[in-house]
Write a protein that binds this ligand. Structure first.
Ligand SMILES: Nc1ncnc2c1ncn2[C@@H]1O[C@H](COP(=O)(O)OP(=O)(O)OP(=O)(O)O)[C@@H](O)[C@H]1O
Length: 234
């Protein structure tokens, strides 16, 4: 599967944030998106997820059989660092709701299996999610995206609230699912990008540049990324 983003620009009233993004993302790889604060990483995700109307953008999704020029809502999963879950539902009610609307059959054991997988304590499964910690809300958000299997998964700094055990488990899960999905992962943690991701992309001055990592050590890549992000303009 391939997702091609062409001529993506995004201009807010006072500021041009994205000037011309052209890139083809492929399934089987995890892409790290690095950029300075305010570079436009979230804006880029919002445009791909149609949460924002880009000023200009063309899209091509090639699943190997068909090519489409529009993304459907179910094509894109979006995990944001500040998770939004319905506070008035318990974790179990929310999960049931998600499974029901996606017409996925489940037994009580399978439902508990999802919570077990995410290491959500039995005592927490039937309390309102408004009482969940930030990390627990994030887990629920991640779980929805595991269950619904969107072709494109946008992850905006998703691991920062997870404890070390959960973060490792999530990294492994992302490696496991990358074969059939396009995964784009924004982070400020360079070690995480280099550990988890197959390609490193730098968003700077409104454009994306791929970091050629061939024959480079991790330290060399880090130096290169910092140099790229420090440039006044590309
Ligand atoms: N709805 C909006 N209206 C006006 N300006 C916006 C809007 N959304 C984002 N911006 C501006 O776009 C720029 C990019 O913001 P964005 O959140 O995409 O950056 P980011 O790379 O995700 O930053 P960070 O790493 O700090 O999270 C910022 O200058 C921001 O103020």
């Amino acid at each position: 599967m391939k997702l091609t983003v062409k001529d993506l620009s995004m201009e807010f009233e006072q500021k041009v944030v994205l000037k011309g993004i052209n890139y083809t993302f492929e399934s089987g790889k995890i892409y790290a998106l690095l950029g300075r604060n305010g570079a436009g990483k979230t804006t880029l995700f919002n445009c791909i997820a149609s949460d924002l109307q880009a000023t200009t953008m063309e899209i091509e999704l090639d699943d190997g059989v068909n090519v489409r020029n529009q993304l459907l809502q179910e094509d894109v999963g979006y995990v944001i660092s500040t998770p939004v879950v319905p506070d008035f539902l318990t974790g179990r009610e929310f999960l049931r709701f998600v499974l029901d609307i996606h017409k996925i059959d489940y037994t009580k054991e399978e439902l508990d299996g999802y919570f077990d997988y995410l290491i959500i304590d039995e005592a927490d499964r039937d309390i309102l999610m408004k009482n969940y910690s930030h990390g627990m809300k994030n887990k629920m958000q991640m779980l929805v995206n595991i269950i619904t299997k969107p072709s494109i998964l946008l992850l905006d700094e998703p691991l920062t609230s997870f404890d070390v055990v959960m973060a490792e488990q999530m990294k492994q899960m992302l490696r496991d699912i990358k074969k059939d999905r396009i995964l784009i992962f924004s982070t400020h943690i360079m070690e995480l990008a280099l550990d988890l991701c197959d390609e490193v992309l730098v968003l700077h001055d409104g454009y994306i540049q791929e970091v050629n990592m061939e024959d480079l050590s991790k330290d060399d890549v880090k130096t290169k990324v910092i140099e790229m992000l420090s440039e006044e303009t590309l």
